[in-house]
Design a protein. Structure first.
Length: 549
């Protein structure tokens, strides 16, 4: 129902039935009061009828019964249909307009009348089944009871109709006046409520927080308007705070997104660098393994050089001993020329062998020099790779520098050995030439003994010098072998460090990739936060706020 959608309609629906109910209640209350008063007056009239008739009969004891009967049935009328009847103490209706001669001793109201003989009674008529009231009095001289009875409705119908009419008119007037009062007071009540409702609807539809409700009263509605204004002001401040916070959140989220992208890019660069470092360290480990393998080969070659140097020293010592024997043989040159010839031939072969061995030593020395140069180059490359590795390659750089120095020392020693070997080869060739000349001149014997003795002296000196040089070569070879073994150990340690560095670089790369994934997630979250902040700003922008707020 549309009428129930407004306060005015609800108040009319509530108060009009209340007013009608009030009129009815008041009317019923007034009717009951009037009824009681009216019935009391009727009873008084009935008492008066009974008393007058009693006095009349008492004054005329000889009056004819038919006259008395006529008076009761025809002459005396109480109200519309009330009458006087006479009953004896046995319940016989001596005079009765409707049931004369009947015995009503069994009727409750007759029993009470006979029992009390004087007084008032209200009972239901046996004929009409409506309420009647009666007044009665006992006439002792006749043994009669005079009863004056009348129907209540005969006296109440008119007043009841008038009361209903009056109540209807009064009710209509009261309802009209009450409705007008309700309309008036609801107008006073609804007007500020309508203002509040209108303002609330404008705020809801237009998001206008600049509205204010002006209600001059200080009653509950005025307090409600003030509280509503307070709510609007609180919403105004809250929207301002939300707008400022949304601006800050949007700005911060954009900065966070940009920072996340920059950090992600930096992390990607770091990842690429770590991967390059990992590749470099892996390459370094491979190079170090190659260096270790070359050094192992060089160690084997150096062992061979040392062994050959020792053999050359032994051969040189033998040559020296033989030269000394030749020296002694020259003393007996004449007697033992053939022995000298044999010794010279033997010496020639030994010197040839020495020359050949010297050539082999020269080749080995060239190999050592080449290995030393390669070692120096590998050490230089290792130092460069260590410099690229940064802090992790510092220890490796130190070891590479030591390797380079040892390689240079080995190369220098090899060059010295090469020079000595060339000298030995020259001397050996000269000895061979001299030995061959001595062999040719053996035939001459004595003439060449002195020359042979001198040549043997020179050979002895050269052989002794060669022995000394070969011993130095052997010592240098042993030292170079020890250095090479030391370099091999150091290169092995460098290889282990390189492998550990490669493993650490791979772990670091994995960690940075995980960090990069986290940064990408953070960047995505920052982007989502920026989007939500923009939506919040768009929602707050719909509110209309005060200037400067």
């Amino acid at each position: 129902m549309r009428i129930m959608n407004s306060v005015r309609g609800k108040m009319i629906v509530i108060f009009v039935p209340l007013m009608i109910a009030t009129v009815l209640i008041v009317g019923l209350f007034a009717y009951n009061i009037a009824r009681g008063s009216l019935l009391e007056a009727v009873r008084a009239d009935l008492d008066s009828y009974v008393q007058e008739f009693y006095t009349f009969l008492e004054a005329n004891p000889d009056m004819d019964f038919d006259v008395i009967k006529k008076l009761c049935n025809e002459d005396i009328v109480i109200g519309k249909s009330g009458f006087i009847f006479i009953v004896d103490t046995k319940g016989n209706l001596l005079i009765h307009k409707k049931a004369p001669g009947e015995n009503w001793a069994d009727k409750p109201h007759i029993k009470e009348i006979i029992s009390k003989r004087e007084g008032r009674i209200r009972y239901i008529s046996p004929k009409t089944h409506t309420y009647k009231i009666a007044s009665y009095k006992y006439l002792k001289d006749f043994d009669w009871i005079i009863v004056a009875s009348a129907f209540e409705n005969d006296f109440l119908a008119g007043p009841r109709a008038a009361l209903i009419k009056n109540l209807s008119v009064a009710g209509i007037i009261i309802v009209i006046i009450g409705t007008l009062l309700i309309l008036f007071f609801t107008a006073l009540l609804v007007k500020p409520l309508s203002m509040i409702t209108k303002t609330a609807e404008e705020i809801a539809s237009q998001a206008d927080l600049t509205r204010k409700i002006k209600v001059p009263s200080s009653d509950e509605i005025g307090k409600l308007a003030g509280a509503f204004n307070g709510i609007i002001e609180s919403m105004h401040r809250m929207v301002l705070q939300i707008r400022n916070s949304a601006d800050k959140v949007a700005s911060s989220s954009q900065e966070l997104s940009s920072s996340s992208q920059e950090v992600n890019a930096s992390t990607q660069q770091i990842t690429n660098s770590i991967q390059q470092i990992s590749k470099g360290v892996t390459t370094q480990a491979q190079k170090t393994e190659e260096i270790s393998r070359v050094i192992q080969e060089m160690t084997v070659s150096m062992k061979r050089v040392t062994l050959n140097a020792q053999q050359a020293a032994t051969a040189s010592q033998q040559a020296s001993m033989r030269a000394k024997g030749g020296k002694e043989a020259t003393i007996e040159a004449v007697e033992r020329m053939e022995g000298i010839a044999n010794v010279v031939n033997t010496t020639t072969e030994v010197i040839k062998n020495l020359s050949e061995q010297s050539q082999e030593i020269g080749k080995i020395t060239e190999t050592v020099t080449s290995i030393a140069d390669q070692t120096n180059l590998l050490a230089l490359n290792a130092a460069i790779e260590a410099a690229r590795a940064g802090e992790a390659g510092r220890g490796f750089a130190v070891v590479a520098e030591e390797i380079r120095k040892l390689a240079e020392s080995s190369a220098e020693a090899a060059r010295k050995i090469s020079g000595l070997i060339r000298k030995i080869q020259i001397v050996s060739q000269e000895a061979v030439v001299s030995a061959e000349a001595g062999s040719k001149e053996v035939i001459e014997g004595k003439n060449t003994v002195n020359k042979a003795s001198q040549s043997l002296d020179e050979i002895l000196k050269s052989v002794e010098h060669t022995v000394a040089m070969v011993n130095e070569i052997a010592i240098a070879s042993r030292q170079q072998l020890k250095s090479t073994e030391t370099v091999g150990v150091a290169v092995g340690e460098v290889a282990n460090i390189a492998e550990e560095s490669a493993s650490a670089a791979q772990e670091t790369s994995s960690s940075i990739e995980e960090q990069s994934a986290s940064m990408e997630e953070m960047a995505a979250s920052a982007g989502e936060l920026a989007r939500l902040a923009m939506e919040l700003k768009e929602g707050v922008a719909k509110f209309k706020l005060k200037e400067g707020g």
